[in-house]
Design a protein around this ligand. Structure first.
Ligand code: ZN
Ligand code: ZN
Length: 666
C-alpha cells in the first residue's frame, strides 16, 4: 500500500493515502475528493510537502470492526458492509426497493449520504487514519514505534478526516463512520488522557458531541452557524452534556453572515478559557472550511483571515496545555478549488512552521481554475439563493483573500451583537468564574476605572492590606491586591485545584488574574510561600451587561486546609473595605465548574459548604431563572446587596435574575 506522511522540522505529519480518494458519492455530490487532489497539488507545487518523503511513515491501516464498534452499533456496521457490496445484476425491482428502504433506516440513501459500493472500506480507512494519527501523538502502539521520543510526531494533519455527523446507528450529512469519535474512544480506553475536541466546521459537530455527551474526559466545543436555518439543526448553547458529562459539551451557535472580526472575538472570548479550565492532554480539531464566505452550503462569511486565526488558536493551545499534542482534521468545505486547498495549505504551513509563498503557483492556477469554472456555472444559481453575492469573485491568486472581495455585511452590527451575547452566555454557563476572571471579556462596565480605584477612593491611605491568621495548622498571611510580583514568588499548595484541576495551573491562573487591572486578588499563604486560599472580586461578565454596580466574587480554599475556618476569615478580609457597600456582589456555583473528583465530595455537599460560607458574610441564596443556574439542583446563586446601593439598581438586578424571558432575551 502506498503511503505518504512527511516529517518536517517541527515534527509534524500530513497523512494521506490515495485510497482515501474513494470517499466519493459520485458526480454532482457537493463533497468531492478532487478537493484533496487540488490540496496536495497545491502543497507540492508550493514546496510545502513532498509525497515521496516516506522514510518515517506512520502505520496507516483501516480501522478494525472492533475499533469502529467503540462508537458505532454492530448492526449499523454490518449494514454498511452489506451495502458496500455492489448490487448483483438481475435483481428484481421489488428487491431493489426493499434494499433501498432498508438502507434508508441507516441514513444511507438518496440525498445527503447515498449508499455507494466500497464505502465501508474507504470509511474504515479514513477512521483508521485518524486513529493512527491520534495514537501517534499520544504515544500509543497503534501510532507506530519511533527510535526516540523526538521522532514521535507532535502534530498530525489528516485532511480526509473530520466526518463529524456520523452517529452510532446511522450515517448522516455525508458521513459514514465518525473517524474523530472512533479515534478519541480508542484513546479513552487506552489511556487516562482527557481530549479537547474543537469543531470549526460551519455545521454543528453533532455526531462527536453525541458520542461523548455523558463523558467528562472529552470536552466537545463546536462553533457553527446556528441550527435555526442550517443542517443538522442542533448545537444550541443549552446542550451542555448529560450526567457526569454535564458541562463538557460546549456549543457556540453563530449568526448567519458572521464575519471575521465577530468570529475572532467569540473565539478569543472562549477557547483559551475553556482550555485552561478543562486541562486537556491532547487537542483534536476539525477544520471544515465551509465557514468561508464562498462556500455554497452555508451562510457564514469568513475569509482566510478568520480561518487562519482558528488554526493558530488551536496550535497555540496545543503547545500551552497539551505539550504540543494536536491532531487536525479536514471536514466540510464545498468550494472545492478556491477555498479548500488554500485553507488547508494554510493549516499545514502553520502546523509545520513553514512560510507561505506570496502567490499561488501559476501552474496550479492553470490546472484548477478551469475545474472551478466548470462547477461555478451550475452553482451560481444556488449561491444567489443563499444570498452569497461575494461568491462571484474570481479565482484567487494568493493564499490570503483580498479585502475588496469581502464588503461589509449590511447587518454587521446586529450580527456581532448577537454573537457577543451568545459568547457571554457560553462563558457564564461553562467557564468557571476564576478562569473567566483570568480571561476577561472584551468590555467591562466602567472601562475608565480599574477595580483598584473603585475600591480605594482618592485619598484613602493604605493601598494594600495584610493580616496574620492563626490556624491549627500554623499561621497564614492574608493579603489583598496581590501584585503579580508577589504571586510569582509564591507557589500553589497541592490541594488548590478546584477550577483548573492542577495546582501548577491554578498558580498560572492566579498570576494571570493578578495581572488584570479589572480583578482584585486576595490570597492566604503560608510563611513558606504556599498559597492555600484565594478570593477574586471583579466586574460582572458581559452576560450581566446593562446592570450597574454588579460584581462577582469567587473563593477557593485548598482541600488540605479545609475545616479550619480559613474560607470565612479570608472572605471577610477581602470584603471588608467600606466601598463594597456601594456594590451588588454575587457568587455563582455551578456543579460542573468544580473539580468534584479532586475535591472528594459530592456537588450537593460542595454547594452546602459554599452556601454556609457566603451566608457568614451576609450573602443570601436566591432563586433565579438564569438558565445556567437553574439547570442543576446543585447550582447556586448567592447575592449580597451593599448598604448604599439604591433601590432602583437592586430592583433591576433582581428582575433580571427572575425574568422568565432570560432564555430568549438574547
Ligand atoms: Zn460542514
Ligand atoms: Zn507546533
Amino acid at each position: 500500500m502506498y503511503m505518504a506522511d512527511t516529517p518536517t522540522h517541527a515534527g509534524s505529519r500530513l497523512l494521506f493515502e490515495p485510497g482515501e480518494l474513494d470517499y466519493d458519492f459520485g458526480p454532482g455530490h457537493p463533497l468531492h475528493p478532487s478537493r484533496l487532489v487540488a490540496l496536495l497539488d497545491l502543497l507540492e507545487r508550493s514546496g510545502l510537502w513532498r509525497r515521496e518523503d516516506e522514510h518515517t511513515r506512520l502505520p496507516l491501516r483501516p480501522a478494525t470492526i472492533e475499533e469502529l464498534s467503540l462508537v458505532h452499533r454492530p448492526d449499523y456496521i454490518a449494514a454498511v458492509q452489506q451495502l458496500s457490496i455492489p448490487e448483483e445484476a438481475g435483481v428484481s425491482q421489488g428487491e431493489r426497493e426493499e434494499r433501498a428502504a432498508w438502507a434508508l433506516t441507516y441514513g444511507l440513501g438518496e440525498g445527503d449520504t447515498p449508499a455507494v459500493p466500497g464505502m465501508h472500506e474507504v470509511a474504515a480507512r479514513i477512521a483508521g487514519g485518524t486513529l493512527v494519527a491520534l495514537s501517534a501523538v499520544m504515544g500509543l502502539p497503534e501510532g507506530g514505534t519511533f527510535a526516540s521520543e523526538d521522532e514521535r510526531p507532535r502534530h498530525v494533519f489528516h485532511p480526509a478526516g473530520g466526518l463529524h455527523h456520523a452517529m452510532a446507528e446511522r450515517a448522516s450529512g455525508f458521513c459514514v463512520y465518525n473517524d474523530s469519535a472512533v479515534a478519541i474512544a480508542h484513546v479513552l480506553r487506552s489511556t487516562e488522557a482527557k481530549v479537547l475536541y474543537v469543531d470549526f466546521d460551519a455545521h454543528h459537530g453533532d455526531g462527536v458531541q453525541r458520542a461523548f455527551y455523558d463523558e467528562p474526559r472529552v470536552m466537545t466545543v463546536s462553533l457553527h452557524e446556528t441550527g435555526r436555518y442550517l443542517f443538522p439543526g442542533t448545537g444550541d448553547v443549552l446542550e451542555v452534556g448529560d450526567g457526569s458529562g454535564r458541562g463538557y459539551a460546549v456549543n457556540v451557535p453563530l449568526e448567519p453572515f458572521t464575519e471575521d472580526d465577530s468570529y475572532l472575538e467569540v473565539l478569543h472570548a472562549l477557547l483559551p478559557a475553556l482550555a485552561m479550565s478543562f486541562a486537556p492532554d491532547v487537542i483534536v480539531s476539525v477544520h471544515g472550511c465551509d465557514t468561508h464566505a464562498w462556500d455554497p452550503l452555508t451562510h457564514l462569511h469568513l475569509s482566510m483571515r478568520g480561518i487562519q486565526a482558528q488554526l493558530r488558536v488551536a496550535h497555540q493551545l496545543a503547545h500551552s496545555y497539551c505539550q504540543g499534542r494536536w491532531v487536525a482534521l479536514g471536514g466540510g468545505g464545498y468550494d472545492l478549488y478556491r477555498v479548500v486547498p488554500r485553507a488547508w495549505a494554510i493549516l499545514w504551513a502553520e502546523m509545520s512552521e513553514q512560510p507561505l509563498p506570496a502567490h499561488l503557483p501559476e501552474e496550479w492556477i492553470r490546472r484548477w481554475r478551469p475545474a472551478w469554472l466548470a462547477v461555478a456555472e451550475e452553482e451560481a444559481g444556488e449561491e444567489q439563493a443563499m444570498g452569497k453575492a461575494a461568491a462571484r469573485a474570481d479565482f484567487p491568486t494568493t493564499f490570503e483573500d483580498r479585502a475588496e472581495d469581502f464588503p461589509a455585511q449590511p447587518r454587521r452590527w446586529a450580527i456581532s451583537h448577537t454573537n457577543r451575547r451568545t459568547a457571554a452566555f457560553v462563558r457564564q454557563l461553562l467557564v468557571p468564574p476564576p478562569v473567566r476572571h483570568a480571561f476577561p471579556s472584551t468590555r467591562h462596565q466602567s472601562p475608565m476605572t480599574g477595580i483598584f480605584d473603585l475600591l480605594h477612593p482618592r485619598g484613602s491611605e493604605t493601598p494594600s492590606r495584610s493580616k496574620i491568621l492563626e490556624t491549627h495548622k500554623g499561621p497564614l498571611l492574608l493579603r489583598d491586591f496581590c501584585p503579580p510580583s508577589l504571586v510569582e514568588r509564591l507557589t500553589a499548595e497541592s490541594g488548590l485545584h478546584a477550577f483548573t484541576r492542577l495546582p501548577e495551573r491554578e498558580h498560572q491562573l492566579l498570576l494571570t488574574i493578578a495581572h488584570s487591572p479589572d480583578c482584585a486578588l486576595t490570597l492566604a499563604h503560608t510563611p513558606a510561600g504556599e498559597i492555600v486560599g484565594e478570593v477574586t472580586l471583579t466586574f460582572a461578565d458581559d452576560w450581566w451587561e446593562g446592570l450597574e454596580h454588579v460584581y462577582e466574587v469567587t473563593i477557593e480554599v485548598s482541600t488540605t486546609w479545609r475545616g479550619l475556618g480559613i474560607g470565612r476569615e479570608l472572605l471577610a478580609f477581602a470584603l471588608e473595605l467600606d466601598t463594597v457597600e456601594d456594590m451588588i456582589l454575587f457568587a455563582m456555583g455551578l456543579s460542573w465548574h468544580w473539580d468534584i473528583e479532586g475535591l472528594g465530595i459530592t456537588p450537593q455537599r460542595y454547594r452546602e459548604l459554599i452556601a454556609r460560607l457566603f451566608a457568614s458574610q451576609g450573602f443570601v441564596e436566591h432563586a433565579t431563572t438564569e438558565p445556567n443556574i437553574s439547570m442543576e439542583p446543585a447550582n447556586i446563586l448567592l447575592v449580597r446587596v451593599g448598604k448604599r446601593v439604591d433601590q432602583h439598581m437592586t430592583n433591576q438586578f433582581f428582575s433580571r435574575i427572575l425574568s422568565p424571558s432570560n432564555l430568549s432575551r438574547w
